[in-house]
Write a protein that binds this ligand. Sequence first.
Ligand code: 13P
Ligand code: SF4
Length: 367
Amino acid sequence: MSLLQQINESISTIPKKYKEMKESELHKRVVTIKQELGDELFIPGHHYQKDNVIHYADARGDSLELAQRSAQTSASHIVFCGVHFMAETADILSSDTQKVYLPDLRAGCSMADMANIKQTERGFSILTDLLGPSIIPMTYVNSTAAIKSFVGTHNGATLTSSNAKSMLRWAFERGERILFLPDQHLGRNTAYELGVPLNQMGVWNPILEKLEYEGDLKDLKIILWKGHCSVHENFTLSNVSDIRKKHPNMKILVHPECSREVVSQSDDAGSTRYIIDTIEKAPSGSSWAIGTEMNLVNRLINQHPDKHIISLNPSMCPCLTMNRIDLPHLTWSLDCIYEGQPVNQIIVDKDTSKFAKIALERMLAKA
Ligand code: 13P
Ligand code: SF4
């Protein structure tokens, strides 16, 4: 069944009763099933999930931590509260007897959708013809299993925002240049931190099949796929200057999926784990404007009443696809597993899985 067919099936089949149940009934049902299934069930939850979903997670984490936990669990049923690429990663890293489910198949990632395997094969082939064979393809985990498999086949690896720096160093030891998929901003911010000047970075436009680069090709160090996160692009330089004017003592802390301009004008940048740790360690009374997804920012605001925390963008920025996972879908998913009729299983085929796993393991070995 194609992904589109699966999605349509998911949309049409969540029974109405779950949308009509009171939150207290849904809560009772989730708690009961969790108790009944015990160690057979594992629920990983990404930091961007809603509070009333993350509450039930057996492990909460950033993309790297959740990949690590998915590789370690022995539960037979893994119900992923995150987005599609994370559930695929869990399926690749778990054993053949374990099953991974995504409570709502519409929970995709708009950034991951900005690169498909055909474009990747074509782009890599054109760039290799132009620049020679020494290009290492590296992909942010926010990508399809097929792209992870492609980089695994071509001596590359996956990375996340918490290990991007060490993974790019790893890649530069293996090749002259890197093709970085699919987030140009994480790629640019990380390469810049490693000392690569902006004028040695090019951008690959997969729609026009064009390399956007004005320098001498021999100096080109990294080719950034022209993709971005639709949530983090909503943090702008004008948000930064508003904060500087209104709150001169406030620190600005952003995720590296924000643009280079925003990161360079901020005080600090890091993965969701880094943002959480920084706020936890910050002194009482300190002030922070945070540039990342709204559920996480709101959680930090509620968890740290002794600190002044606001969103860098006052309109707040939700990840609409992450938010597809809600309590009714989680309850439905668990009920179906409990009744022996699971829905929305995420299955990565064996051939794709084999090399995608190699790409992920190269990353996990370094993490
Ligand atoms: P991290 O969890 O790696 O910080 O990534 C954030 C994100 O956008 C996940 O999709
Ligand atoms: Fe994808 Fe951005 Fe949502 Fe993360 S926040 S899942 S990168 S769209």
